[in-house]
Design a protein around this ligand. Structure first.
Ligand code: PLP
Length: 485
């Protein structure tokens, strides 16, 4: 414990020591969660801007006018990028989830006449929209996607028309997280517009990179405000704008579309609360970090980074061809790649083997008849290591073939598949977590096995509801305070 007056060198040294156990955020070898430009100077500028504004409060733009200026400039940059009309407006939020939540909240509150609001989403929509449905009491009508993992316009429209008067929002993705494909935005947006319904395009992950992909001559399906009927777009600066964590932009076609997003409350004895986001007091750090990174890179920088990331994607796609046990789940429209196996080896084992080779790739569970697969969010920084990545993948596949498929004892499999999470007690969960190898016995903390394939294979057999319940129980057990006494 530091005493006052002793600078916090000890605390910082301990921070760095703890951080060494985390996934690396630089180096291009972590292919989910982090997005790496590979430009140390840009990262440094972002970090310094975050630090300089760590104590500033975005609660009141009149008290911190520089934050208002940065927000207007960042939203303006995004609006230019996304073909927004002159009257478009936007808000910088804390991340993709907050942008998606506010898109749903705004759509709901734009229709106070509707008693039981509903929204129509494709089955590939990001979980943030299901969270919004849960938080805001909006019914989510989930429409299966086609064999190419894209939303099916006729099916989306049919779902709207089951109750058009109650439908406040339709959502499509550009691109979807799991498969990296762009939904057919024009027909869905047109149908929504005809019926006076809002249409949100979730460009959280691809929204900053797809416009530059189009500029460098790649085929990009139409999805921006250039498409009639698109009323709002979310785009995360903390993903492919390569900014520090903590910002996303939510754009609206007009001020009228944004209006219901504001919350004001004057009827109490304190300051008049006036918020455009869910947070009230909020650090100016993330906004300053995003602003500084976007100013530093500019259009020319992003165009270059986009060339690099797509060169990496193209080389990965070509390289997969020479690994016969792997194939693409779909041809990526963007920088996200999903890989499935031919059944001779197990996707979860490949993820473990990659981790043993210092590559983080993300396991995705089976869903709606699709087998488990491997997700890669490719960054510009990955380009320098793409041959190593392909070698590691080939070696990992060979090791996974040699190891054979992960087997879950059929008795356990049957047991898990039959479990009803609603009927389980806390003690049952404790037993299951220990049996699954997710926690050690008796109050042990984070005790994950080095190899997760067995755990993942077991989770994959559970129903989604059971998997949710098990992982919530797991997180709950992990998240317990460290008391001083
Ligand atoms: C990442 C992501 C989100 C949610 O963003 P967070 O920043 O993780 O809150 C929403 N939609 C898509 C398509 C995403 O990839």
């Amino acid at each position: 414990m530091n005493t006052i007056g002793a600078p916090g060198a000890d605390a910082l040294a301990r921070l760095r020591a703890m951080q060494a156990a985390d996934l690396p955020v630089h180096g291009g070898r972590t292919l989910a969660y982090v997005y790496d430009s590979g430009l140390p100077d840009v990262d440094r500028i972002g970090r310094e801007a975050v630090a300089a504004y760590a104590g500033s409060n975005g609660l009141d733009p009149t008290a911190f006018p520089s934050l208002l200026q940065m927000e207007n400039e960042l939203v303006g940059f995004a609006a230019d990028l996304l073909d927004a009309p002159p009257e478009a407006v936007g808000t910088v939020t804390s991340g993709g989830t907050e942008s998606c939540l506010l898109a749903v909240q705004g759509a709901r509150d734009s229709r106070p006449d509707v008693d039981r609001p509903r929204m129509v989403v494709p089955s590939t929509v990001h979980a943030a929209f299901l969270k919004a449905a849960h938080y805001f009491g909006v019914e989510a009508v989930v429409v299966p996607v086609g064999a190419d993992f894209r939303a099916v316009p006729d099916a989306m429209v049919a779902a709207i028309d089951e109750a058009p008067e109650r439908t406040v929002l339709v959502v499509v993705s550009a691109p979807s997280y799991a498969h990296g494909v762009v939904d057919p935005v024009p027909p869905v947006a047109a149908a929504a517009a005809e019926r006076g319904i809002r249409c949100h395009v979730d460009g959280c992950i691809g929204g900053w990179v797809l416009p530059y992909a189009a500029r460098i001559g790649r085929e990009v399906p139409p999805w921006t405000f250039a498409v009639d009927g698109v009323t709002s777009i979310s785009v995360d600066t903390h993903k492919y704008a390569y900014a520090p964590k903590g910002t996303s932009v939510l754009l609206h076609r007009s001020p009228e579309h944004r209006r219901p997003q504001y919350f004001a409350h004057a009827d109490w004895p304190g300051y008049t609360m006036l918020n455009s986001t869910i947070q009230s007091t909020k650090s100016g750090g993330p906004l300053a970090g995003a602003w500084a990174v976007v100013q530093s890179l500019g259009d020319a920088g992003y165009e270059q980074l986009t060339r690099e990331v797509f060169e990496a994607v193209d080389r990965i796609v070509a390289g997969i061809d020479s690994i016969p046990e792997l194939r693409l789940a779909s041809v990526p429209d963007s920088t996200l790649v999903a890989l499935v196996t031919d059944g001779s080896c197990d996707a979860f084992t490949i993820c473990d083997e990659m981790a043993a080779r210092d590559w983080y790739v993300q396991p995705q569970m089976s869903y709606a008849g699709q087998p488990p697969n491997i997700h890669l969010s490719v960054s510009a920084a990955t380009l320098a290591h793409v041959e190593e990545l392909l070698t590691a993948l080939a070696d990992s596949v060979a090791a996974a073939v040699a190891a054979g498929p992960v087997s879950v004892d059929p008795g356990i499999a049957e047991f898990i598949a039959a479990l009803d999470p609603a009927a389980l007690t806390d003690d049952d969960f404790d037993g299951l977590l220990v049996a699954a190898g997710l926690v050690g016995g008796e109050g042990a903390g984070l005790d994950l096995p080095d190899r997760m394939a067995e755990v993942n294979a077991m989770l994959d057999l559970a129903s989604p509801a059971m998997r949710e319940a098990l992982l919530v129980a797991f997180l709950d057990r992990l998240s317990r305070p460290s008391r001083r006494a």
